[in-house]
Write a protein of this length. Structure first.
Ligand code: NAG
Length: 284
């Protein structure tokens, strides 16, 4: 009963306090994080300085606490949905976290990945400017999409006829032949290996909106191309919608779905080199 009460939209203040609780949790995590590479080559002084820095709270966490404690605008995900990603960040942070969508939850995501890289991709340049004006420490880039929601069925039924979309050949940077590939992202997106990818954008609720098709396909390509150890965690929001469901089933695969909470699906996708390749089974 208490959880339901917390989530009622008419209680935004209570919800904000819950979010502030997440952030404070993040502050505590950052206090316990140990340096990842305690190399013997480091001088003792260097290690000591690094440990001191890791124990310090990051400025964005403090900014987030004040922001959420005083804001009446709530993040677009519910408390239990946010908790899924928080659980993964708790074990992996500091890590590389790519987020499709810039919004009221951005300060929170950055705060929950202290000393890591959290990059937001957003379609609307005006919105990027507006958000960065209030929170200049967020790391956000504008993305252009080449798709529209109304093309979703056509893209799903025809992408297999384009060899550049095939799982063994697909790449992203400059892959103009495959319409599902995001070809013009900032180099940083292609050059980094992302441990977590959150897909909560672009807009997909009217026919001319870009839809999430290319973001889902591109996340699958990034995850398959992972060179480091472990899986890529992919979170997809709004899975109550037809296009999100269909593209997730085609590219993120039911067999990699590990959690479903509210309107959020959590996938753990292994690198392609880790799996047997059966010809003809495409992405799943
Ligand atoms: C949050 O997630 C953790 C696992 O990471 C789980 O143990 C806990 O019950 C969850 N809390 C809520 C309120 O959903």
């Amino acid at each position: 009963m208490t959880i339901r009460y917390l989530l009622r939209p008419e209680k935004p203040v209570v919800f904000c306090l819950a979010i502030a609780g997440f952030i404070i949790g993040g502050v505590l995590i950052s206090s316990f994080i140990q340096p990842a590479d305690k190399s013997f080559l480091c001088s003792l002084a260097g290690v000591k300085a690094r440990e001191t820095a890791d124990y310090a709270t990051t400025p964005i966490q403090l900014q987030a606490i004040v922001h959420y404690a005083t804001s009446r605008v709530t993040p677009q995900q519910s408390f239990p949905e946010i908790n899924v990603t928080f659980g993964v960040l708790k074990t992996l942070s500091p890590c590389n976290f790519l987020v499709f969508g810039l919004g009221h939850d951005s300060l929170m995501w950055s705060s929950l990945n202290p000393h890591g890289t959290t990059l937001f991709l957003e379609e609307d340049p005006k919105w990027v400017q507006a958000v960065l004006k209030d929170a200049p420490t967020l790391h956000a880039q504008t993305v252009q999409y080449r798709t529209q929601l109304k093309e979703a069925d056509y893209l799903l039924s025809t992408y297999k006829t384009e060899p550049h979309c095939s799982p063994n050949k697909a790449y992203l940077r400059g892959n103009n032949q495959c319409k599902l590939a995001l070809t013009t992202l900032p180099d940083e997106v292609y050059d980094k290996e992302w441990d977590l990818i959150m897909i909560d954008a672009p807009r997909g609720y009217f026919p001319e909106a870009p839809g999430r098709m290319a973001a889902i396909f591109s996340a699958a390509v990034m995850a398959r191309g992972r060179k480091g150890s472990g899986v890529t965690h992919v979170f997809l929001h709004d899975v109550d919608r037809k296009v999100e469901k269909a593209f997730a089933a085609e590219f993120l695969c039911r067999k990699y779905l590990v959690k479903s909470v509210g309107r959020l699906w959590h996938f753990e996708i292994p690198p392609a080199s880790d799996r047997e390749t059966h010809s003809g089974d495409w992405f799943c």
